[in-house]
Design a protein around this ligand. Structure first.
Ligand SMILES: Nc1nc2c(ncn2[C@@H]2O[C@H](COP(=O)(O)OP(=O)(O)OP(=O)(O)O)[C@@H](O)[C@H]2O)c(=O)[nH]1
Ligand SMILES: Nc1nc2c(ncn2[C@@H]2O[C@H](COP(=O)(O)OP(=O)(O)OP(=O)(O)O)[C@@H](O)[C@H]2O)c(=O)[nH]1
Ligand SMILES: [Mg+2]
Ligand SMILES: [Mg+2]
Lengths: 289, 274
C-alpha cells in the first residue's frame, strides 16, 4: 500500500536528476496519511514524518541513483526504530517470576495469560495462573479452562486482588513453580481510582513484569491508555493482540514511542500456541505494505 | 463587507487534528474540513455550525429497532473478539424486560472458554431465560434447537450471542451465514436484526469490519460499545457515509446491565467535537 503509493509517486519524477524538497514533501505527505490510516497517533505521526523528512533531505538520498528506494529504506528503518529497533525476548530473572497482565476491557488478557503459560511450558518452565478479576462473570472459569488446555496449574481464589496475588506467590514458592501469571480485570484509564487495585498488587508481591495487553486495532486512544497505565501503575512490557486481523496496528508505534517499554509478543489467533515474539522489521513491512 | 474578516486557517487545521484524534481517519477529517471551507464560513460560529451539520448529516438514517410481524423477534449480535457482544446481549434483554417484553437469550458461542457460563450468569442477573447447549455444539444447531424450544418461542424478543470472529476469517463468516439460514429454517421471517457490535476504542479497522460484515451478511444496524472510555469512535462518521443503510442503533457506556442507550446522533456529534 504505502510502498506502492510511494513507488507511483517517485515514478512521476524519475526523469529528474535528483529529488527536490517538494518531491520529499509529497512523499512525506503519503507517509503521514498511511500512518494515520494505520492508527498511529497524530503526535507520533508528526514526530515520525519529521524524522523521515530530515533524513530524506540528506545528500545521500537527494543525489542517490534510485531516490525512491532510498526513501523507502529510510521509512522502513525509521519504522523499525520507532517500534523498538530489535526483538526483545522476555527475560525472567526472579524466582518465582511474577507477571501482571493489565489492559482495557476485552483486549485479550485472559487468553494471553494462558498463551504465556503455554509459551513458558515449551521452554520447560511451568506456571501458576491466577485471576484477579472478580467482576467479569465467569472470568475464573474462563482462565481455569484455558489453564487446563495449556497444561498448567490454576489457583482458585476468592480473595481481593493483592491477597490473591500473595497466595499465588506463596503457593508457587511452596510448589517450586518458576512463573506466576496474574490476570487482572479489564479497566479504562479514564477514572484513575481503578488503578489503586493494581498498585496494591504491585506493592503486595514482587512483580517482575507489569505487562500492558493492548488490542492491535486500538485507535488514537492507545496513547491515552498507555500513559494512564504507565503513570498510575508502571509498564515494563507490552503485548499486542489480535494481530491476525487486517489491522495495520499503528497502536504499536504510538505505545512504544510513548513508553519505550519493549513490545514483547504479538497474539496472532485465539489458540494458545498463537503467541509469537514481536519482530519490529516484520511489523515495519506490514505498515509499508 | 460581511466577509472581510476571514476565519483563520488555524481554526480549521485544529479541527482537522481533533477529528483525527477522535478516530475519524485522515481522509474523512480532510473531507469534512474541505466541505466546511467550501461554505466560506465568516466566523468561528459559522465553522462550528457547519461542522455540526456536516457531521450530523452522516447519521440521517433512522436507527429504530426492528421487530418481526409475529413473535418471536430474533436479533443476532456479531462482531470482533472482545467487542462487547455478550455483555450487550444481556443489556438488551434487561432493557426490554424492564419495558414489559418477554426477552430471552441464546448462548450460540459454543467455542470460547466459559462463554456459555458468562451469558448464563448475565441471564440470571437480568432475570431472563437463556438457551444453551454444551460447549463445542454446532452454533447452527444451538440456534435451531433454541427456536424449537417452547420457552424461547414464547418470548417476544430473542437475542442471540455469537462467538467473536475476525472479518478476515472466511470460514467463520460463513458460519454466521449458516446460523442465519438455520434461524430462517426454524422460525421464518423472525430474524429482524443482524447487529454488528463495534468496539468504541477501535481505530480505522472498524470501517473495514463494518464493510466486510455487511458484504457477507447484510447488517441491519451497528452497536458501538465502550464509549465510557476516552474513545470518541469517530470511525462512525466514515461508516455513516460509506454504509448509509446500516445505522448505529445502540451505544454501550459501561460494564453494568443498565449501561446501554439508544444511539443519539446529536449527542455523539457534540461529544466528537467537544
Ligand atoms: N483472533 C484473535 N483473538 C484473540 C486474540 N487474543 C484474544 N483473542 C480473543 O479476544 C476475545 C477477548 O479475549 P479475553 O482474553 O477474554 O480478553 P480480556 O482482556 O481478558 O477481557 P476482559 O477480562 O473482559 O477485560 C476472546 O474472544 C479471545 O479468544 C488474538 O491474538 N487473536
Ligand atoms: N467499559 C466498558 N466495558 C464494556 C462495555 N461493553 C462490554 N465491556 C467489557 O468488555 C469486555 C468484553 O465484553 P464481552 O461481552 O465479553 O465481549 P464479547 O464481544 O462477547 O467477547 P468475545 O465473546 O470473547 O468475542 C468485558 O470486560 C465487558 O465487561 C462498555 O460499554 N463499556
Ligand atoms: Mg479477562
Ligand atoms: Mg462473548
Amino acid at each position: 500500500q504505502l510502498s506502492r503509493r510511494l513507488g507511483m509517486l517517485f515514478k512521476k519524477i524519475r526523469g529528474q536528476a535528483r529529488l527536490s524538497e517538494a518531491n520529499v514533501a509529497d512523499a512525506v505527505k503519503e507517509v503521514r496519511t498511511a500512518l494515520l490510516e494505520a492508527d498511529v497517533h497524530l503526535s507520533v505521526t508528526r514526530a515520525f514524518t519529521e524524522e523521515v523528512r530530515m533524513k530524506a533531505l540528506g545528500a545521500d538520498v537527494l543525489y542517490s541513483i534510485r531516490p525512491a528506494d532510498a526513501f523507502v529504506k529510510i521509512v522502513h528503518d525509521s519504522l523499525v526504530k520507532f517500534l523498538g529497533g530489535a526483538v526483545f525476548p522476555i527475560r525472567l530473572d526472579r524466582r518465582p517470576s511474577v507477571l501482571l497482565l493489565m489492559g482495557l476491557q476485552g483486549s485479550g488478557k485472559t487468553t494471553t495469560a494462558a498463551k504465556l503459560a503455554a509459551f513458558f511450558l515449551a521452554q520447560q518452565k511451568s506456571s501458576l495462573l491466577v485471576t484477579l478479576d472478580r467482576s467479569r462473570p465467569a472470568a475464573s472459569e474462563q482462565l481455569e479452562k484455558l489453564a487446563k488446555k495449556a497444561g498448567v496449574r490454576f489457583l482458585k481464589t476468592q480473595a481481593d486482588a493483592p491477597s490473591s496475588a500473595k497466595t499465588a506467590v506463596a503457593e508457587a514458592e511452596r510448589q517450586n513453580v518458576p512463573v506466576v501469571i496474574l490476570d487482572s480485570a479489564g479497566r479504562t484509564e479514564v477514572d484513575p481510582a481503578v488503578f489503586a487495585e493494581l498498585r496494591a498488587v504491585r506493592d503486595a508481591v514482587p512483580v517482575e513484569k507489569k505487562i500492558l495487553v493492548i488490542d492491535a486495532m486500538t485507535g488514537q486512544v492507545a496513547v491515552n491508555v498507555a500513559k494512564g497505565f504507565a503513570d498510575e501503575v508502571g509498564v515494563d512490557g507490552v503485548i499486542l493482540t489480535k494481530f491476525d486481523s487486517d489491522t495495520r496496528g499503528g497502536a504499536a508505534l504510538s505505545v512504544y514511542h510513548l513508553l519505550r517499554a519493549p513490545i514483547l509478543f504479538v497474539g496472532e489467533g485465539e489458540a494458545l500456541n498463537r503467541l509469537a515474539p514481536f519482530h519490529p522489521d516484520r511489523m515495519a513491512g506490514r505498515i509499508l505494505g | 463587507g460581511a466577509f472581510r474578516s476571514k476565519v483563520p486557517e488555524e481554526i480549521l487545521v485544529e479541527l482537522e487534528d481533533r477529528l483525527i484524534l477522535a478516530d475519524a481517519g485522515p481522509s474523512t477529517a480532510a473531507a469534512v474540513i474541505e466541505e466546511i471551507r467550501g461554505r466560506k464560513p465568516a466566523s468561528p460560529e459559522d465553522v462550528q455550525a457547519a461542522l455540526k451539520e456536516i457531521l450530523r448529516s452522516r447519521f440521517l438514517m433512522n436507527g429504530l429497532p426492528q421487530f418481526s410481524p409475529v413473535p418471536p423477534t430474533v436479533w443476532f449480535l456479531l462482531g470482533t473478539n472482545g467487542s462487547g457482544k455478550t455483555t450487550t446481549a444481556a443489556k438488551l434483554a434487561a432493557r426490554y424486560k424492564s419495558e414489559g417484553k418477554r426477552a430471552a437469550l441464546v448462548a450460540a458461542d459454543t467455542f470460547r472458554a466459559a462463554a456459555i457460563e458468562q451469558l448464563q450468569i448475565w441471564a440470571g442477573r437480568a432475570g431472563v431465560p437463556v438457551f444453551a447447549m454444551q460447549e463445542g455444539a454446532h452454533p447452527s444447531a444451538v440456534i435451531f434447537d433454541a427456536l424449537s424450544d417452547k420457552e424461547i418461542r414464547g418470548a417476544d424478543l430473542v437475542i442471540v450471542d455469537t462467538a467473536g470472529r475476525l472479518h478476515t476469517k472466511t470460514s467463520l463468516i460463513e458460519e454466521l451465514a449458516k446460523m442465519s439460514k438455520s434461524c430462517d429454517k426454524c422460525a421464518p421471517s423472525s430474524l429482524a436484526e443482524r447487529l454488528l457490535v463495534l468496539d468504541g476504542t477501535a481505530g480505522q479497522n472498524a470501517l473495514a469490519q463494518a464493510k466486510a460484515f455487511h458484504d457477507a451478511l447484510h447488517l441491519t444496524g451497528l452497536i458501538v460499545t465502550k464509549l465510557d472510555a476516552s474513545a470518541k469512535a469517530g470511525f462512525l462518521v466514515s461508516i455513516g457515509e460509506q454504509l448509509p443503510n446500516v445505522p448505529v442503533k445502540w451505544a454501550g457506556t459501561g460494564e453494568t446491565l443498565d449501561a446501554l442507550s439508544p444511539f443519539d446522533a446529536d449527542a455523539f456529534v457534540e461529544g466528537l467535537i467537544g
